[in-house]
Design a protein around this ligand. Structure first.
Ligand SMILES: Nc1ncnc2c1ncn2[C@@H]1O[C@H](COP(=O)(O)OP(=O)(O)OP(=O)(O)O)[C@@H](O)[C@H]1O
Ligand SMILES: [Mg+2]
Length: 140
């Protein structure tokens, strides 16, 4: 059992909603509980918002990629931007750390992604971009 989609959309904040909807549509065939789907929507929102707001600095000419797949056990959510990158990934992942406190960001996005998934990998290079991979188990 395997399915996969690759999507690419402009770094516009309204596309966060699109990304969530794509996620829900992609997982439709899996017969998941509503609270599980809500967790997936939440982590997609957090990762895609970060890619747009922090990675691409809301530069609407840049593209964000979101690739989704599942096998018999796990769902895989990959969000990639070719933006500014993260200097210190470990620090960025700490709860309440944010470089945009003046914009009233809580600094909880990575914490939420971590809590609602079984694996969170963040790879980043300054001036090259960031790739976030989340793995969430849906079946035994
Ligand atoms: N794709 C990205 N590109 C560049 N920097 C990023 C990216 N994602 C996260 N960061 C950096 O990591 C920090 C922490 O991200 P996190 O999502 O945890 O908090 P936040 O986005 O600042 O606040 P919140 O998600 O609660 O609104 C960000 O403030 C930003 O500096
Ligand atoms: Mg965030």
């Amino acid at each position: 059992m395997y399915n996969e989609i690759k999507t690419s959309f402009l770094a516009k904040i309204e596309n966060v909603m699109l990304a969530r909807t794509i996620g829900v549509g992609f997982l439709m065939g899996l017969d998941l509980q509503l609270n599980f789907i809500n967790e997936v929507k939440t982590v997609i929102s957090e990762a895609v918002t970060n890619a747009i707001v922090h990675g691409c600095l809301s530069n609407e000419n840049k593209f964000v990629q979101m690739n989704l797949s599942y096998d018999a056990v796990n769902i895989y959510i990959e969000v990639i931007d070719n933006g500014i990158g993260i200097e210190d990934v470990e620090k960025a992942k700490e709860p309440l750390f944010s470089t945009k406190v003046e914009e009233e960001r809580a600094g909880l996005g990575f914490t939420i992604m971590d809590v609602f998934t079984d694996r969170l990998d963040v790879e980043s290079k300054v001036n090259e971009g960031t790739r976030v991979l989340m793995v969430k188990k849906y079946s035994e």
